[in-house]
Design a protein around this ligand. Structure first.
Ligand code: SAH
Length: 280
């Protein structure tokens, strides 16, 4: 048997102790990081983060910074192709949204592997997260917009990037023609231009989820109010021609009750046609 020098034994004990500490540290780090491993939703964030303040209007777009957005991306692509596009959902915004939102972060722990399946899933309390296709279908069905005052067609094009369909009316026939040609040339098949007086709206396609007016009037055309869907919103300049005007936001609640709010002072060209005639 080989005798050991006491100092060597002490060194070995210290080395062992050090090794144990390193190992302990490693285990601790692993335990912490495994909570946020790639395929799990960050429940910590969901619980500890303050809910969004509905009065804070600065946060207008989603942030997409959370690690969940980078996870399971291939499953999402496959889901969109085989479940959504295969069933004829074409709206590029809806497809983009379905590819973006990390569905697995919205299902309860343990359900992540099923998150991109073609079915609803339980979320507790006897409730379910809807089937992805149904979510896409309902989203695509939203937001049919009416614009009064096509002008160049630019605002209609901006709306068309976000909404399903844009109906837009221009009182100056030449402008309607040019805008229509421009929008067609640029490839906006979801914008429909009509030459006419926007005062009367476009009843054949009503009701609208939203109405935008881009010419100012002293009164809100009644047909537009009628053609706004319950729960819909209308934004338009209200006030005297070339005078004091406010952009007003009108909301119609489910019972049809209106609420009007001045949003900001503006100066728009006047709305012409019927609205300028004395009220009948
Ligand atoms: N949205 C336009 C801005 C147009 S300015 C753009 O992006 O270019 C307002 C437009 O409203 C003008 O083209 C004007 O001719 C039109 N207009 C005025 N009164 C109208 C009415 N009663 N019905 C439809 N268009 C009207």
């Amino acid at each position: 048997m080989i005798a050991e020098h006491p100092a060597t034994g002490k060194k070995r004990t210290l080395a062992l102790l050090f090794l144990c500490m390193v190992l302990g540290l490693f285990v601790a780090i692993h335990a912490v990081t495994s909570e946020v491993e790639p395929n799990a939703p960050n429940e910590q964030a969901a619980i500890s983060v303050e809910p969004n303040d509905p009065n804070d209007k600065r946060a207008v777009r989603p942030l997409h910074k959370h690690s969940a957005f980078a996870e399971r991306a291939r499953e999402r692509l496959r889901m969109v192709k085989s479940q959504i596009q295969a069933r004829d959902i074409k709206d590029p915004n809806v497809l983009r949204a379905m590819r973006t939102v990390p569905r697995h972060a919205f299902v309860p722990p343990g359900g992540q592997r099923d998150a991109y399946g073609d079915y609803p899933l339980p979320i507790g309390h006897e409730q379910t997260i809807s089937q992805p296709y149904i979510v896409a279908f309902m989203t695509e069905a939203l937001s049919v917009v009416l614009e009064i005052g096509t002008g160049s067609g630019y605002q209609a094009a901006v709306c068309a990037e976000i909404c399903k369909q844009v109906y837009t009316i221009e009182i100056v026939e030449e402008l309607a023609k040019t805008a229509k040609a421009c929008l067609k040339e640029l490839g906006y098949p979801n914008v429909f231009v009509k030459a006419g007086d926007g005062f009367f709206g476009w009843p054949e396609h009503a009701p609208f989820d939203a109405i935008i007016g881009t010419a100012a009037a002293g009164r809100i055309p009644e047909p537009l109010i009628e053609q706004l869907k319950p729960g819909g919103r209308m934004i338009l300049p209200h006030g005297r021609p070339y005078g004091f005007q406010y952009l007003v936001l009108i909301t119609k609640d489910k019972e049809g009750k209106l609420q009007t709010r001045n949003v900001m002072p503006v100066r728009f060209v006047p709305m012409t046609g019927e609205v300028q005639k004395p009220k009948k």
